[in-house]
Design a protein around this ligand. Structure first.
Ligand code: CA
Length: 219
C-alpha cells in the first residue's frame, strides 16, 4: 500500500484530502506545520508527499529544499492558494513534481497522485496535450498555437486542459465551473464567460465555439 504524507495546516483541507486518499486505498499521515513536515518527510518512509506551501514555522518551499538537500527524492505535489505562475514555477524549480491550486476537486488531486506513483512502469507520461494547432504543455502550463506561445494563469490553464481532454464535446457552464473552480463556486457567476474570453484572446477566438443555450466547445 502506498504511503502518503499530507502536510497541510488547514484542518478542513487536510481531512478532505485524507478521507479521499484513504477511501482510495492509500495509507496517510497528516502533519500541520513545516518543521514536522520536513522531519517526517526525510524519514524516507513515504511514497509521495502532498505539501501545502503556506505552512506555519517553515513554508512549503523550505520543506521541499530541505528534503532535496537531504537527498530525499520522494515525489511532491504542492498545494497552493497562491494563484500565480511565479510561485508555481519556483516550486517546480525547487524540486516539486506537480502542483494543485486551491480550491481543487478531489478527483484532480487523485489523478495527479496516481500519475506520480506510477513511476515504476515504463508508460511515457503524457505531458503535452495536442489538438489541431493547439499544444498545451502540462508542466510549464504554456500553450503554443501557430501564432505564439503564451503563459496561462492557473485558471486559464485548467480551463484549456478541460477543453483539450474533451475535444469536440459541448461543456456546460456548470460542468466547467465544477471542474475548474471546484468546491468553492457560485453557480450564478459569469466567471466562465470571462475566462473563456481571456483564453480566446490568448489562443485565438476560433478555437472555442459558443454553443448557444448550452455552453462551449473546443473546435
Ligand atoms: Ca496553509
Amino acid at each position: 500500500m502506498s504511503r502518503i504524507l499530507i502536510a497541510e495546516d488547514e484542518q478542513r483541507i487536510a481531512s478532505f484530502v485524507d478521507k479521499g486518499l484513504r477511501a482510495n486505498g492509500y495509507s496517510t499521515v497528516i502533519v500541520a506545520d513545516g518543521d514536522a513536515a520536513l522531519a517526517t518527510a526525510i524519514t524516507g518512509d513515504f511514497d509521495l508527499v502532498v505539501l501545502d506551501l503556506g505552512l506555519p514555522r517553515r513554508d512549503g518551499f523550505d520543506v521541499l529544499r530541505g528534503m532535496r538537500k537531504a537527498n530525499v527524492l520522494t515525489p511532491v505535489i504542492i498545494l497552493t492558494a497562491r494563484d500565480s505562475l511565479r510561485d508555481t514555477v519556483a516550486g517546480l524549480e525547487g524540486g516539486a513534481d506537480d502542483y494543485m491550486t486551491k480550491p481543487f476537486r478531489f478527483e484532480e488531486l487523485l489523478a495527479r497522485v496516481r500519475l506520480r506513483l506510477r513511476t515504476g512502469d515504463r508508460t511515457p507520461e503524457l505531458t503535452v496535450l495536442n489538438h489541431g494547432d493547439l499544444s498545451l504543455d502540462l508542466r510549464t502550463r504554456r500553450v503554443t498555437t501557430k501564432q505564439s506561445t503564451e503563459d496561462l494563469t492557473a485558471r486559464e490553464f485548467a480551463l484549456l486542459e478541460l477543453f483539450l481532454r474533451h475535444p469536440g464535446q459541448v461543456l456546460t457552464r456548470e460542468q466547467i465551473l465544477s471542474h475548474v473552480w471546484g468546491y468553492d463556486f457560485d453557480p450564478g457567476s459569469n466567471v466562465v464567460d470571462v475566462y473563456v474570453r481571456t483564453l480566446r484572446r490568448k489562443i485565438g477566438a476560433e478555437h472555442i465555439e459558443t454553443v448557444r443555450g448550452m455552453g462551449y466547445r473546443l473546435s
